[in-house]
Ligand binder design. Sequence first.
Ligand SMILES: [Zn+2]
Length: 378
Amino acid sequence: MRELTTDGLLDAVRAWVEIESPTNDAEGVNRVADHLEGLLRGIGAVIERTPGRDGYGDILVGRVPGEVNDGPGLLLLGHMDTVHQRGVFAYRRAGDRAYGPGIYDMKGGNAMAVAALQHLHATGRRPRLPVTVMMIPDEEVGSPSSRAAIEAEALRHRAALVFEPSGEGGKFTVGRHGIARWHIRTEGRPAHAGAYHAEGRSAVREMAHHILALESLTDHPRNFYVNIGIIHGGTHENMVPAECSAICYALVPTATEEAELRAAVHALPQHDADVRTEVTAGLGRPPFGKSPAIQALYDHAALLAVETGLASAGERVAGGGSDGNFTGALGVPTLDGLGVIGGGPHTREEYIELRCLVPRTRMLARLFETLGPGVGGL
Ligand SMILES: [Zn+2]
């Protein structure tokens, strides 16, 4: 891509969006991977494709050499899946926006990142550091089949750049709250609720105590939210319930809250000595905060944003999780939210603003071209 134009970039975005790829549709996700593989081969990347497991699509990695080829480089992270089932709504352009499944989260960002690499390639330039493009198939369900691979790759790189959508007006993401999930199960003793009530030990009643204990940790000013969103218990109204299960889902802004919740879950007071409680950690995303290294990355990107015509970048700490949580929590300098400007994530009104495509892609090209020893804190 020699010239960066809105129409050219929109065509690139559209090609991604028109291959529908809900997370649970490995075939669709793999067609996105085929498309990406073709683009990366076109710029001479060395491809590593890991077959999907547990019903998810493949993990695709493409390695592009840099100017400075000694030592670790940049990890460019994206996900190929979307939350939208096939055929729900289609790509369309209207005025200064374009709509489509996953266009904002995050196919627009993926398309821009690859277009920036293609632009460097077509104009005889290179990223300063070696670049690894890594796109995964299952981010929208917590990256269960990819987390280990992401973390292993991150530790081999100097920094991670994530092309999830930007914050309002183009803000970069310099930290993310974490998400913690706990599965809780109680097991009591069944009994006829009329004839032998005294012999029963209610698993639901014990769970009720647990729910109140956990939800009382919620602290709105700290952005610490504990929610028991799902509970199942009992089998009959005329029976003391012997089993109950619940899922505790929490937003944990920092490691402090994550540890607080973990401690509480493991120390749930036992109200009925005959009811057993079992807790298991579910999928989660650890929080990460802005470190001096992230500040340095941000400062450099913000300069480039001004240089390439984005009035200002700005920064934010985002509530929702991304794969940047994994890399950031490992201490790998992570700059997230480098993707498109738009809105309506996870809705049928998901859109991007066309005016962001050229300056944002140019900024990414400049970022890849300049980040290296002595620049951006690296
Ligand atoms: Zn996303």
